[in-house]
Design a protein around this ligand. Structure first.
Ligand code: NAD
Ligand code: USQ
Length: 395
């Protein structure tokens, strides 16, 4: 199958491209390298050193004999997207290419505007390219579990049967996102569902939980194939951050009470979920939603699991929560669709965590301790307009 991986230079996109290529698919990646630019903006780097996209592709050719084509460009440019789709003629498009950090989207008005514009415009451009070129192309879009929030009822896979005042309907599951980034994913989901209804697109929206892990069987083959591993307070995700904190002897940073619960998935399972979804495509006009997580844990439990697994001393600290979040909430998520397609979950285990400790040990000298604590508060609003006293003063 010809598969185009958008965001193919990122944490998940690159290992996904390798996994799909390793099982025999013809793969191309597209990226505008924006993620490398956010590193420069934030003054941080991936814990694991990463090669350039060209070096990665050359290394894969050397190791496997397989070719991955590449397109460097911005998905917000409609012409670029149309030309790429016409040229590569994919049967499946995997769309990872978005600004994906909730804290980044909450830094300022400019960051919120950038995140929503980048994510929503890129997705619309991809949908238009599919609709214009070949409506049989299966769009696999990365959504997020954070679209649903933490409702006091079970979270279904994208749709819910509702009875209201004696009438019944099957509706898109209600959403309650927790950042301007998470909101952008909700807007994407609505746009794609609409595209499926009006243009008979075929789409799979993968509402993924928080990903952890540093590598996959393919990225381990050669240092030049490594994927990025973030630990900073903006792009680092909770489990990866806590593994690094344990190795550095930094207290594990539990935000607030730590009783907030999240879905988790290992990076090895992420790439396999994409293969499974690609090889069993959605039907024409179908907007299919899978909840892509393998287990749920509270932040306190994640911290305790890492502290228990770490062979040395490890302290857990409750720091002021920079976010606005629910604690002690109900959280029961249906996530059977991917397992029905054949996913064999790799659950969090002492072996997996030990492997992560080893990876971190190897690169610990690269950590900038100053980047660990969170700096972005949900309650702050930094407008892009100058704040003048005269504009605010009563007349
Ligand atoms: P990432 O930032 O490492 O990768 C995204 C890639 O997309 C980057 O390489 C970036 O340069 C590229 N990109 C962004 N905007 C682009 C544009 N306009 N044109 C072309 N390329 C563009 O992120 P990731 O962690 O690999 O996440 C990938 C996807 O999975 C995201 O959509 C994210 O929302 C979703 N997701 C991630 C996680 C997680 O824990 N990492 C969890 C759930 C869902
Ligand atoms: N948290 C801590 N301590 C930390 C970091 C985070 O307690 O040091 C807590 C946060 O308060 C939050 C939870 O851990 O309750 C998850 O935070 P996170 O930064 O690991 O993840 P999040 O911001 O939700 O975003 C990440 C990815 C995003 C993806 C999302 C999946 O960056 O792309 O969409 O996970 S989900 O959370 O299911 O929506």
């Amino acid at each position: 199958m010809r598969i185009l991986v958008l965001g193919g230079d990122g944490y998940l996109g690159w290992p996904t491209a390798l996994h799909l290529s390793a099982v025999g698919h013809e793969v191309a990646v597209a990226d505008n390298l924006a993620r490398r630019g956010y590193d420069e903006e934030m003054g941080v780097e991936s814990l694991v050193p990463i090669s350039s996209l060209e070096q990665r592709i050359a290394a894969w050719q050397e190791c496997s004999g397989e070719t991955i084509e590449s397109y460097v460009g911005d998905l917000c440019e409609a012409t670029f997207v149309h030309q790429m789709v016409r040229e590569f003629q994919p049967q499946t498009i995997v769309h990872y290419a978005e600004q994906r950090a909730a804290p980044y989207s909450m830094i300022s008005q400019a960051h919120a505007l950038y995140t929503q514009t980048n994510n929503i415009v890129s997705t619309l451009n991809v949908m238009y390219a599919i609709a214009d070129f070949d409506r049989d192309i299966h769009l696999i879009k990365l959504g997020t579990m954070g679209e649903y929030g933490q409702p006091n009822i079970d979270i279904e896979e994208g749709w819910i049967e509702i009875e209201h005042k004696g009438r019944r309907d099957r509706l898109i599951y209600p959403k309650s996102p927790g950042s301007f980034y998470h909101c952008s994913k909700v807007h994407d989901s609505h746009n794609i569902e609409f595209g499926c209804r009006v243009w008979q697109l075929r789409a799979t929206d993968l509402n993924q939980g928080v990903v952890y892990g540093a590598d996959t069987p393919q990225t381990k083959l050669d240092e030049r194939l490594a994927t990025r591993f973030d630990y900073d307070g903006v792009f680092g995700t909770v489990l990866n951050r806590m593994v690094i904190q344990a190795v550095l002897g930094h207290p594990l940073t539990v935000y607030g009470r730590g009783t907030q619960t999240r879905g988790l998935i290992n990076i090895v399972d992420t790439v396999e979920c994409i293969r499974l979804a690609a090889e069993a495509p959605a039907g024409r006009g179908e907007f299919r939603v899978f909840n892509q997580l393998t287990e749920t844990m509270s932040i306190n439990d994640i911290a305790a699991t890492i502290a228990d697994a770490y062979p040395g001393a490890c302290k857990i600290e409750h720091v002021e929560n920079p976010r606005v979040e629910a604690y002690d909430h109900y959280y029961n998520v249906v996530h059977t669709a991917l397992e029905d397609l054949g996913l064999k979950p790799s659950l969090l285990s002492a072996t997996l965590i030990d492997h992560l400790f080893d990876v971190v040990e190897r690169y610990r000298e690269r950590v900038d301790q100053a980047a660990i604590l969170p700096t972005v508060r949900w309650s702050d609003t930094e407008s892009s307009l100058p704040r003048t006293d005269s504009a605010l003063a009563p007349t």
